[in-house]
Design a protein around this ligand. Structure first.
Ligand code: SF4
Length: 77
C-alpha cells in the first residue's frame, strides 16, 4: 500500500500520488500518460497533474490498480 508520508516530492498536491517505492516500471504511464511523468533523473514517476474529469479519474484509478509494487495512492491531500 502506498504511503502518503513517503511521496515522491515532485507530486502535485491532491488525492493521487506516487510514493518512493516506485521501481519505475512504466506500467502506470501506459494507463495515464496525461497525468504521470518521470522525474528528471528518471528514478521515479510522479503525478504532475491531478485528474480533471471523469475519464482522467478512471485513468488514475487504473494506474493505481496496475502498479506491481502498490506505489500509487489515492488518499493524498
Ligand atoms: S506502475 Fe508503479 S512502479 Fe511502475 S512506474 Fe508506475 S508507480 Fe512506478
Amino acid at each position: 500500500m502506498a504511503d502518503k508520508n513517503d511521496k515522491v516530492p515532485e507530486n502535485v498536491s491532491g488525492k493521487f500520488y506516487v510514493d518512493n517505492s516506485c521501481v519505475p516500471c512504466n506500467d502506470c504511464l501506459e494507463e495515464a500518460p496525461q497525468l504521470l511523468k518521470y522525474t528528471d533523473d528518471e528514478s521515479k514517476v510522479y503525478f504532475h497533474r491531478q485528474p480533471a474529469n471523469p475519464e482522467e479519474a478512471i485513468a488514475a484509478r487504473k494506474a493505481k490498480e496496475i502498479c506491481p509494487v502498490e506505489a500509487i495512492g489515492d488518499d493524498g491531500e
